[in-house]
Design a protein around this ligand. Structure first.
Ligand code: SF4
Length: 320
C-alpha cells in the first residue's frame, strides 16, 4: 500500500505543511491550550517543549495492539512533554520532562530514529504524544523518506487535538490512535485542568475518522490505515465509559477499532485524589466490553496489556 506521506512528499504537500506548521510555533497555538508563547525563541508553554522535539526513548514495542506489533514490534518513539498532563498519567515521567531524561532531536536525528526502527523490522512508526511536536515531525519526514521510510505512521495521542492541527496531517498520517479519556467536563477539569477535553476529543475523533476511516488490516494482520481508539477504564468511571462507547458507535462507526484498557494503576499525582486509588475489577472490564457490544461496536481489542518495553535513547543513539 502506498503511504500517504510518500505521496505528500512527492506532490509538494508535505513541504507546504512544514512551512505552515512551523509558523504556528511563533505564537504557539498548536494545541487547545493556546499558550501563545514564542517557541522559536525558546519560550516554553505548558508542554515544556521549545523549538526542538525531545525524546525519552525509542524502540520496538511489543505491548501495543496486536495489529501494530506484528512480528517485530511497533516502532515507538516517546516524545517528552504533553499538552494534557492528566494527574494519573501512566507515563508520568515522560509527560513531565523535568522528571525524565529527555534528549533533543533535530529533524535529521528524528528521521534517523524512524528509519532505524524500520530497519529493525518494526511495521510502523508509532509517534507517542505527538501533538505538541507536529511541526518537528513534519520537518523530519522528508529526511526519513529520502532514507527509505515506507512503513505506516501512527499518530498516538491523548485525543486533545485541535482540528486545525489535524488538518495539517491530512494526507500524511496513516493511522490515528487517540485516547478518549473523559466524557464529563467536570472529570476533565479535575484530572487534567481541561474542561474542554470532551468536546475537543469528540471533534478530533470525527476529523480523524473523516481523514482515514475505519481501520484497514492487511493479509498479515497488520494495520495499514485507519482509526484505532483507546479508552482507559477509570475507577468510578463506568458512566463516562458508557457515554464514550455510545458516541463511538453512533457518531464514529460501529466498525471502529476500539481498545478498552483495564490496566489503570495509581500513578503520578493520582494519590492526591482518593477516588483514583482503586483498580479496575474483572467485572467492571467485562461490563464495559458487554456495553460496547450492545452498542454494536464489533472490533474490540480485549487483550491489550501495557508494558513499557521502550529502549532508552542515549546521546550516542541520537547523534551518531
Ligand atoms: S503545544 Fe505546548 S506551547 Fe503550544 S499551545 Fe500546546 S501546550 Fe502550549
Amino acid at each position: 500500500m502506498r503511504r500517504s506521506y510518500l505521496v505528500a512528499a512527492k506532490s509538494g504537500l508535505l513541504a507546504q505543511r512544514i512551512v505552515e506548521s512551523r509558523r504556528l510555533l511563533k505564537k504557539c497555538n498548536l494545541c487547545p491550550r493556546r499558550c501563545h508563547v514564542d517557541r522559536l525563541a525558546g519560550e516554553l508553554g505548558l508542554c515544556r517543549t521549545g523549538a526542538v522535539a525531545e525524546v525519552s526513548g525509542y524502540g520496538p514495542h511489543f505491548g501495543e495492539e496486536a495489529v501494530l506489533v506484528g512480528k517485530m514490534g511497533s516502532g515507538t518513539i516517546f516524545f517528552c512533554g504533553c499538552s494534557l498532563l492528566c494527574v494519573f498519567c501512566q507515563n508520568y515521567d515522560i509527560s513531565h520532562p523535568e522528571e525524565s531524561d529527555c534528549f533533543p532531536v533535530d529533524e535529521v536525528q528524528l528521521a534517523r530514529l524512524m528509519v532505524d526502527l524500520q530497519e529493525q523490522g518494526c511495521g510502523n512508526i508509532n509517534l507517542v504524544t505527538p501533538g505538541h511536536v507536529v511541526p518537528q515531525i513534519l520537518a523530519a519526514l522528508p529526511h526519513a523518506v529520502e532514507n527509505g521510510l515506507t512503513v505506516p505512521l501512527v499518530y498516538n495521542s491523548s485525543g486533545y487535538d485541535s482540528v486545525s492541527i489535524l488538518q495539517l496531517l491530512d494526507g500524511i498520517v496513516d493511522i490515528y490512535m487517540p485516547d478518549f479519556k473523559f466524557w464529563s467536563a467536570d472529570s476533565a477539569k479535575r484530572y487534567a485542568n481541561a474542561e474542554d477535553y470532551p468536546e475537543i476529543a469528540r471533534r478530533a475523533l470525527k476529523e480523524m475518522q473523516r481523514q482515514v476511516g475505519d481501520l484497514r488490516i492487511n493479509e498479515r494482520g497488520e494495520a495499514e490505515q485507519g482509526l484505532i481508539v483507546r479508552h482507559l477504564l477509570m475507577p468510578g468511571g463506568a458512566a463516562e465509559t458508557d457515554a464514550i462507547l455510545k458516541f463511538l458507535a453512533e457518531e464514529i462507526s460501529v466498525n471502529c477499532y476500539v481498545n478498552i484498557m483495564d490496566q489503570y494503576r495509581v500513578s503520578g499525582m493520582a494519590r492526591q485524589f482518593p477516588e483514583l486509588g482503586a483498580v479496575i475489577s474483572v467485572t467492571e472490564y467485562q461490563q464495559a466490553m458487554l456495553r460496547a457490544e450492545e452498542y454494536g461496536l464489533n472490533r474490540l481489542n480485549g487483550t491489550y496489556k501495557h508494558t513499557r518495553g521502550r529502549s532508552k535513547l542515549t546521546h550516542q543513539n541520537s547523534n551518531d
